[in-house]
Structure formats: structure tokens, C-alpha cells
Ligand binder design. Structure first.
Ligand code: DX5
Ligand code: ZN
Length: 215
């Protein structure tokens, strides 16, 4: 069954602890970090992760939309991230490889993400290191955008790459997920769906998480 990762980017930050509690029936908690350089927005970072770690037992799925992520991956691991995903576009190839190795050396899951304009093949050189392959279905930086039409094809390519390698790597999709696009993603072979605005604006968040799982 597909896993659902509520993204707290769409939560009410004045009561973040309660908001996290309200999505506890999810499988992961998605934590978007933006630096204002790699993407044109700034979100939250290390102190917020540290504050949230004790208030949820869900695995923390940290999505780093930052340049030169190697400078930060170990600190996110040490403050409670369970999965740390960096962008393949965020640094030189050798630095990306080293960032993934450092995440794994901390005993955490390592992920690599591609923006909508980056082909899945850009991840192939790192494929043996990956526990998560994150396909962006919107330009990273903001919640509430529309799912891009080329996403299902990229999800299918990512799923095929994982099958070819025979490794235990998730195919995660982030951006524009609602009931309809969730179905497209599941059919294309996604194993994790990130959803922010759709879940947080739902009257019954637990019910919405069930709908997104498609059961
Ligand atoms: C966008 C973030 C997403 C965001 C998704 O850059 O990576 O995780 O929260 O938001 P929705 O589900 O509203 O598209
Ligand atoms: Zn994200």
C-alpha cells in the first residue's frame, strides 16, 4: 500500500504541535526545508525539527531544498530526521554523492530528488545509494500548486529504475497531490505520496489520508 506523508508546510504554524498530532494516521511526516537560494522561498529548519521530534512518533521525512546540502545533512540526521532527501541539482556530482554517503553513515535513509525539468536519469549514477527517489510534480518552493502533466511518466521511469536495480527504494511524489492525482501516481508506481494543502484543508484529515491511500 502507498504511504502518505503529510507536509507541514501547509499547517497552521501558530499551533504546530496540534497540527502534527492531527495527521498522526499518516505514514511519514514531510518536513520541507528551503534556503531562499535553491528555491525562491524560505521555510523552517533545524530548530523546528528539533522541537517537533518529541511530539510525533512518525518517521521524519526531511526534504532539503537547499544549495550545498552536504553542509547540513548530518545536523538534520542528528536532530531526528529518519529520511534526508537532497536535490540532484543542488551541488556538483561528487558533493551530492558525499552528502548521500554521510546520511547513510548516520544510519538514516538517503534520498535524491529531481525538479520537474530534470530527467530521472540524472539520479542513475547514485542509484545504488538511494533509499528514496523523490519526483517533484511542481516547481519546488511553494505549497498549493497544480500537479504537472509530465509527472506520471517520470514516476513510471523512477519505478522502472528501482525495479531494474532490485533495491528497496521508495518512489516518492511531492506537489499537487489530491484524490485524482494520487490515483495517477499510484497507478504509475509511486510508493510514497506527499500532500500538504489537500490534507490540511480537509475537514477530516484522517479520512483524507485514507482516500489518498486509495483504500
Ligand atoms: C513544495 C514542497 C511540498 C509542498 C507540497 O516545494 O516540497 O512538500 O508542501 O504542497 P502541496 O501538497 O500543497 O502541493
Ligand atoms: Zn517537499
Amino acid at each position: 500500500m502507498v504511504k502518505i506523508a503529510p507536509s507541514i508546510l501547509s499547517a497552521d504554524f501558530t499551533k504546530l504541535g496540534q497540527e502534527v498530532e492531527s495527521v498522526r494516521s499518516g505514514d511519514l511526516l514531510h518536513f520541507d526545508v528551503m534556503d531562499g537560494v535553491f528555491v525562491s522561498n524560505i521555510s523552517y529548519g533545524l530548530p523546528v525539527l528539533k522541537a517537533l521530534r518529541p511530539v510525533t512518533s512518525l518517521p521524519m521525512d526531511v526534504h532539503l531544498m537547499i544549495t550545498r546540502p552536504i553542509n547540513f545533512v548530518e545536523r538534520f540526521c542528528d536532530l531526528g530526521a529518519d529520511i534526508v532527501t537532497v536535490h540532484v541539482e543542488a551541488d556538483e556530482p561528487e558533493m551530492i554523492r558525499e552528502a548521500l554517503l554521510r546520511i547513510k553513515a548516520r544510519g538514516k535513509k538517503a534520498g535524491l530528488s529531481v525538479k520537474p525539468g530534470t530527467p530521472v536519469s540524472a539520479c542513475e549514477p547514485y542509484a545504488g545509494l538511494l533509499d528514496n527517489l523523490l519526483i517533484m510534480a511542481v516547481e519546488p518552493g511553494f505549497g498549493g500548486q497544480s500537479f504537472m502533466k509530465n509527472a506520471p511518466e517520470k514516476i513510471a521511469q523512477a519505478a522502472a529504475l528501482v525495479r531494474k536495480l532490485g533495491t528497496d527504494c521508495d518512489v516518492e511524489v511531492d506537489g499537487g497531490i489530491n484524490r485524482e492525482t494520487a490515483r495517477l501516481c499510484r497507478e504509475a508506481g509511486a510508493t510514497v505520496l506527499v500532500a500538504g494543502s489537500h490534507i490540511f484543508k480537509a475537514p477530516d484529515r484522517a479520512e483524507e489520508i485514507r482516500f489518498l491511500r486509495g483504500i
